[in-house]
Design a protein around this ligand. Structure first.
Ligand SMILES: Nc1ncnc2c1ncn2[C@@H]1O[C@H](COP(=O)(O)OP(=O)(O)OP(=O)(O)O)[C@@H](O)[C@H]1O
Length: 368
């Protein structure tokens, strides 16, 4: 694979305020790449730098190794889709899609052929003569997508394209966007604050906080091995619990949680000296707890119990007062009642152990 978009120590400032300090990132050709993070973290700012709508105060932005910092938006060969579909109300579907081609000196016949191909791809060919006001939100967003890709852009940029759609349509449309992107094979940069949406569509995700990338990885990497506690808590749900990393005389590592629940952690050998005990924080996803059958585990009391069909969600209050969330497959007969005391075992192969600050995942880079 070759790099399609490269950010090299890129800086964005508004006046004296630095919003993006020296960010470096490579996006591969054909990749579906998502910028994900809470409101105000700089996703849109970065996307607008790619589009050429924002100036760049430092570093370099390159497309296929060509520096683009001073290339105007109209000369970047980019397709864009925004939250508010921005299609022309006075043009019908075909005319909207053809619009971008009219300025590109494409013959009438070629225009018709390309418009008809794209309408097929995004599955709105049956509405080709309709006016936008007679289309649903999802259909309008398909028109916007068709218009963005009909010009054969090098890069497709999408900024929260599904935010205006209702929940079910958002799920349908994200699947549609992903399969259209795969079919067309276009390098795509997608902005969202919705982590589930990001997981569903992306090849890779960059999680951002305050203009700084916290982690870049596949959805699976980011969920299973979050680089720090910010990522662990932003992606999916998790329980953060104080613990101790203890290294035995022979160097074997274990994580001790609560009073005396000890989990052997092979991956953490070498993180401290033999005989040492270091304060750490562990991240345990709700599905990484199991109700212990052998009496080993963290003691607690069930304080809430919600049956959701396949799964049951429990809230358990541990001995130290902390409440943790657990997801269990609903057993056929076994009902766990509120008030019941339980022991919670932790699947030690999967949990992540962080230093006390939460900035460093001690499991990463250990071959796991
Ligand atoms: N024109 C501007 N002038 C000054 N500050 C700005 C400007 N545009 C954005 N900012 C600031 O830059 C930071 C990043 O904003 P940006 O819109 O990129 O965030 P975002 O992650 O896209 O958020 P959201 O999801 O809410 O759109 C914010 O602190 C914002 O207040």
């Amino acid at each position: 694979m070759s790099v399609a978009i490269s950010f090299q120590e890129i800086v964005k400032k508004y006046g004296d305020t630095t919003v993006i300090p020296e960010l470096s990132l490579d996006i591969q050709k054909g990749e579906f790449f998502t910028l994900l993070g809470p409101s105000g973290c700089g996703k849109t700012t970065l996307l607008r730098m790619v589009a050429g709508f924002n100036s760049i105060e430092g570093g370099a932005l390159a497309f296929n190794e060509k520096v683009m910092n001073d290339v105007p938006p109209g000369k970047r060969n980019i397709g864009m889709v925004f939250q508010n579909y921005a299609i022309f109300p006075h043009l019908n579907v075909s005319e909207n899609v053809a619009f971008g081609l009219q300025n590109r000196k494409v013959s009438k016949l070629d225009q018709q052929r390309r418009v008809s191909d794209i309408l097929n791809t995004v599955k709105i060919d049956i509405y080709k003569d309709r006016m936008p006001k007679n289309l649903s939100g999802g259909q309008q967003q398909r028109v916007a997508l068709a218009r963005a890709i009909v010009i054969n852009p090098d890069v497709l940029l999408m900024d929260e394209p599904l935010s205006n759609l209702d929940a079910q349509l958002r799920v349908d449309m994200r699947n549609a966007i992903k399969s259209i992107q795969r079919e067309v094979g276009i390098t795509t940069v997608y902005v969202t604050h919705d982590q589930e949406e990001a997981m569903a569509v992306s090849d890779r995700i960059a999680v951002m906080k305050l203009g700084v990338i916290q982690q870049v990885g596949t959805p699976r990497d980011i969920y299973q091995r979050p680089a720090n506690l910010f990522v662990a808590t932003f992606i999916g749900r998790t329980n953060v619990i104080d613990a101790k990393l203890e290294i035995g005389a022979e160097g074997a590592a274990s994580v001790v949680v609560g009073r005396d629940y000890s989990l052997p952690m092979q991956a953490l050998q070498g993180q401290a000296k033999p005989g040492e005990s270091v304060a750490v924080r562990i991240s345990v996803r709700p599905e990484e707890f199991v109700l212990s059958e052998d009496g080993k585990g963290l003691a607690g009391k069930v304080v809430n119990n919600v049956f959701l069909g396949l799964n049951t969600h429990l809230v358990v209050q541990l001995d130290n007062g902390q409440e943790v969330e657990i997801i269990q497959q609903s057993a056929a007969n076994d009902v766990i009642n509120i008030g019941q005391t339980v022991r919670l075992a932790i699947l030690s192969e999967t949990i992540n152990v962080y230093d006390e600050s939460g900035e460093r995942n001690l499991n990463r880079g250990t071959g796991l």
